[in-house]
Design a protein around this ligand. Structure first.
Ligand SMILES: [Zn+2]
Length: 441
C-alpha cells in the first residue's frame, strides 16, 4: 500500500510543470579569434568573430557584427578551435604507484565508489582544463560513478567534459580479472568492475542494465578470456544496443577477437595491439573506428619497451596508410606524478608524431574523428551556427606544431568560460541544485 502511495506521489511530481517563471534571456558573448582552426578542412581562417548565445554558437565569420550588450572576449592573439576529444579514458579509475604499485585490481578493493566518483569529477575538470571538452569514458567506472558524473555535469552541478560513458564493461565470466574460486563464486568480486554475460539472455540483460543505469555506449570485452564472444554474440550486442540508439565498443586483444568484432559489425575496436595489415584493411572497408590507445615512451612508472613501441608505431603507420578511421585515445587510468589527467593525456601526442602522421590528421583524430566516434558530431565539434559552443584557444598554430595543443589558455564549454588567460575560472558552472533540470538522467 505505502508503495502505491509513493508511486502515485511520484507520478504527480513527474506531471508537475517544470517552472512557471519566464526564462531569462540567454547571455551573448562575442569572441574575437585571431586565427580560427577548422580541423576538418585542415585550414586556418583569420580575424573571425564568433557570437555565442547561451550554450550555442549563433554566428561566425569575418564580418559578423558584435551584438549590443555582448560580453567581448579578445582572443585575437590566439588560435581558436573546437575542443579536444579523448576517445578512450577511465575517469573513475586512478591507480597509483603508492600504495597499489599500479595494479588496479588493488585500487578496486581499496577505493570506495564514493571516492572514485569524486576522483572522476576531479579528473573531468583536469581534462577540461587541458582542452578536452569530450571524453569517451569506457568502463572501470566505480559502480556507475561515470553515469553520476555525467548526470551531475549535465544537470549543472559542476563543470566537466561532455561524457559518453559505458557503464560497466560487459564480458564473459571474469571480465578482465582472474579471481580465485572462493572470491568469484561466493562474493563475485568481479562485479561491479565487470558485468558477466555468458549466454544470449545474459547479453540482452547486461546491455539493458547498462542502458537503464545511464550508459551512452556499450563496452564489451571481446576476447579477454579464451571463451570470448563470437561474431554472432557480438551481433546480438549490436542489435540490442541499437534499440536504444547506442553503439558497441569492443576491447580487443587478439587477432581472432578482432576478426569476430569486425564480422559482428562492431562500432569501434579499442586498443591496437592485435591489429595487423589484413585486419586494418577489413576495418577500413567496413568503416570501423580504431581507438588505438597507443602509450608513449617516457611516462614515469609506465615503461614501454623499445620493441613494443616500435610495433605500436608500425601499427599506427599501417592503419594510416590503409585509411582506417583513427581516433586520439589514451586509456588513461593512472596517476603520473606532476601531471594532471589532462596533461597526461596530451603526452599521448608523441606516438602520433613518431608515426609521421601529418599534423592536420593528428588534429582530425583528436577533434573531428573524436566527435564522430562519440556519435555527437551532429551537435558538437564544428564551429558553426547551431552547434554547442565548446571552444578552446592557444598561442601558436597546431597545424605547424601539434604540441601547441599542450598550451591551452582558454576553454569554453556549453557557452560558459571555464578557463581564461591560462587560469581556471569555473564559478559559472557551480550550482546548489540541478539548474538544467533533474530530469536529465
Ligand atoms: Zn581502457
Amino acid at each position: 500500500m505505502s508503495k502505491l502511495i509513493l508511486l502515485a506521489g511520484l507520478a504527480l511530481l513527474v506531471a508537475a510543470p517544470a517552472s512557471a517563471q519566464p526564462a531569462a534571456p540567454a547571455p551573448i558573448t562575442a569572441i574575437r579569434a585571431g586565427r580560427l582552426l577548422d580541423p576538418d578542412g585542415g585550414r586556418v581562417l583569420t580575424n573571425q568573430i564568433i557570437v555565442v548565445e547561451g550554450s550555442r554558437i549563433r554566428d561566425v565569420g569575418p564580418n559578423v557584427s558584435v551584438p549590443a550588450g555582448a560580453q567581448v572576449i579578445d582572443l585575437s592573439g590566439m588560435t581558436v578551435m573546437p575542443g579536444l576529444v579523448d576517445s578512450h579514458n577511465h575517469l573513475a579509475l586512478t591507480y597509483k604507484p603508492e600504495p597499489e604499485n599500479n595494479v588496479y585490481y588493488y585500487t578496486y578493493v581499496q577505493d570506495s565508489t564514493a571516492l572514485r566518483a569524486i576522483q572522476a569529477a576531479s579528473n573531468g575538470m583536469q581534462m577540461l582544463a587541458a582542452g578536452f571538452t569530450v571524453v569517451r569514458d569506457l568502463g572501470n567506472n566505480g559502480n556507475y560513478a561515470d553515469t553520476a558524473l555525467r548526470q551531475a555535469i549535465e544537470q549543472g552541478w559542476l563543470p566537466g567534459p561532455t561524457i559518453i560513458n559505458s557503464g560497466i564493461i560487459i564480458g564473459g565470466m571474469g571480465g578482465q580479472f582472474s579471481p580465485p574460486p572462493e572470491m568469484a563464486k561466493d562474493h563475485n568480486i568481479v562485479y561491479p568492475e565487470y558485468l558477466d554475460a555468458d549466454t544470449p539472455d545474459e547479453i540482452v540483460k547486461a546491455v539493458r542494465q547498462n542502458i537503464l543505469f545511464g550508459a551512452k555506449v556499450i563496452k564489451i570485452c571481446v576476447d579477454c578470456k579464451p571463451y570470448g564472444y563470437t561474431a554472432d554474440e557480438i551481433r546480438l550486442f549490436v542489435r540490442e544496443a541499437a534499440k536504444a540508439g547506442m553503439k558497441v565498443a569492443g576491447h580487443v586483444q587478439t587477432p581472432a577477437g578482432a576478426k569476430n568484432a569486425i564480422d559482428g559489425g562492431i562500432w569501434s575496436i579499442e586498443h591496437s595491439g592485435a591489429l595487423n595489415d589484413d585486419l586494418h584493411k577489413q576495418m577500413a572497408a567496413k568503416g570501423i573506428w580504431r581507438a588505438g590507445t597507443e602509450t608513449p615512451t617516457g611516462l614515469q612508472g609506465h615503461p614501454v619497451s623499445q620493441d613494443t613501441y616500435a610495433r605500436t608505431i608500425a601499427g599506427m603507420k599501417n592503419a594510416y596508410e590503409n585509411h582506417v578511421k583513427m581516433t586520439f585515445s589514451t586509456d588513461a587510468d593512472y596517476f603520473v606524478a606532476g601531471k594532471t589527467r589532462g596533461e597526461l593525456c596530451l603526452e599521448f601526442l608523441k606516438p602520433w608524431k613518431d608515426a609521421g602522421i601529418p599534423n592536420a590528421d593528428i588534429l582530425r583524430a583528436i577533434t573531428t574523428n573524436g566527435y564522430r566516434i562519440a556519435d555527437i558530431d551532429k551537435t558538437r565539434g564544428t564551429i558553426k551556427p547551431g552547434y554547442f559552443a565548446d571552444l578552446i584557444a592557444l598561442p601558436g598554430n597546431p597545424l605547424d606544431d601539434v604540441d601547441a595543443l599542450r598550451n591551452v589558455q582558454f576553454v569554453m564549454k556549453d557557452g560558459l568560460v571555464f578557463k581564461r588567460d591560462g587560469v581556471m575560472t569555473p564559478a559559472a558552472f557551480f550550482h546548489g541544485g540541478p539548474v538544467n533540470g533533474w530530469r536529465i538522467r
